[in-house]
Design a protein around this ligand. Structure first.
Ligand code: ADP
Ligand code: MG
Length: 325
């Protein structure tokens, strides 16, 4: 079982940033409005995530770290998954390759409980003290798999990847307050931004204050697929695509179909080697998109990629035309 978990861990947990992604997604699924991420050594020596979500009941703590144990599977129809997690693999995988400790207090428990997993070996669940929500600590990532540890990049590079992961999640959830701190400094402090302007506020926090006045609102619909968000004017561009964020049903994606559509949408108004800054959201029936392609879940398979491409190109070109481009 330890071996299977370690193999699975290779797919779900590639680097510290993937641990941060999985744990923050769990906090979001738990309904948190506040998520704190602290790291040391680029996340290799420590990742600590605290949330004010629903917490985990005592009997569920031991289950949460078991492989394929998830509280999130819909009763009947797998295509109607509404949460970010559903595989029940993240905590088991992390526990198999690191020192994992979970401290949680569910509202209906008289006090908090704690459990630890080290290299796949689980401790007893013991009473603990914690005000509410869940705090998860991951120490010494890949200590149990030294070969994987060798593949990690410098602390600085891993810290940058963590920051990018938190930014992606924060863009999709402006209503949640996020903080990210390294061993010596606070690297992100994103206050919650609610209401109609919330999404644009959060984008300005992450993409730069200039985005507020240099972006076009995007709104389009085709066959029940919705496209929304903001796209930079052609003049608000970068030399790479790092400032392009696309979400499908709330999940951040790097997908060649979408990248190609963006390039085509701006092809008449922007040089080929420039990338407009943007944050776009595609929302569609979960049955029309397969997020099950890869456990890291950064790519998807659309049932009708041509239609998605057409929606993106058409909607952005309309917005550009309205702006006089
Ligand atoms: P998944 O998210 O796919 O269900 P995970 O391994 O990430 O699998 O988590 C296992 C289970 O642990 C979740 O289904 C959830 O019940 C519980 N859990 C994990 N993190 C949290 C959290 N921060 N708050 C509340 N429950 C959590
Ligand atoms: Mg999860």
């Amino acid at each position: 079982d330890h071996v299977i978990n370690r193999i699975a861990a290779g797919e779900v947990v590639e680097r510290p940033a993937s641990v941060v992604k999985e744990l923050v997604e769990n906090a979001i699924d738990a309904g948190a409005t506040r998520v704190e991420v602290a790291t040391a050594g680029g996340g290799k020596s420590l990742i600590r995530i605290s949330d004010n979500g629903c917490g985990i009941r005592e009997p569920d703590l031991a289950l949460a770290v078991e492989r394929h144990c998830t509280s999130k599977l819909p009763e009947d129809d797998l295509s109607q998954i509404g949460t970010l997690g559903f595989r029940g693999e993240a905590l088991a995988s992390i526990g198999s390759v690191a020192r994992l400790s979970i401290l949680s207090r569910h509202a209906e428990e008289p006090h908090a409980w704690q459990i630890a997993v080290e290299g796949g070996r689980r401790s007893e669940t013991v009473p603990a003290s914690h005000s509410g929500g869940t705090q998860i600590e991951v120490r010494d990532l890949f200590f149990a798999t030294p070969a994987r540890l060798k593949f990690l990049r410098s602390d600085r590079a891993e810290a940058t990847a963590i920051t990018e992961a938190v930014k992606r999640l924060a863009l999709a959830h402006p209503e949640i307050r996020f903080t990210l701190s390294g061993s010596d400094r606070t690297t992100l402090d994103l206050s919650a931004a609610r209401g109609e302007s919330g999404a644009l506020e959060r984008m300005a926090q992450i993409l730069g204050a200039g985005f507020r006045d240099n972006a076009m609102p995007i709104g389009g619909e085709r066959e029940g697929v919705l496209l929304s968000g903001y796209a930079g004017l052609p003049t608000f561009n970068r030399a790479n695509s790092l400032q392009q964020f696309i979400f499908v049903n709330g999940r951040p994606l790097k997908d060649p179909v979408l990248a190609g559509a963006l390039r085509a949408a701006y092809s008449d108004v922007l040089a080929r080697d420039r990338y407009p800054v943007l944050a776009l959201f595609i929302d569609l029936d979960p049955a029309d998109v397969d997020v099950n392609v890869h456990p890291a879940k950064m790519e998807v398979r659309f049932r009708d990629p041509g239609m998605i491409r057409g929606l993106i190109i058409g909607t952005i070109r309309d917005a550009l035309a309205r702006e006089g481009f």
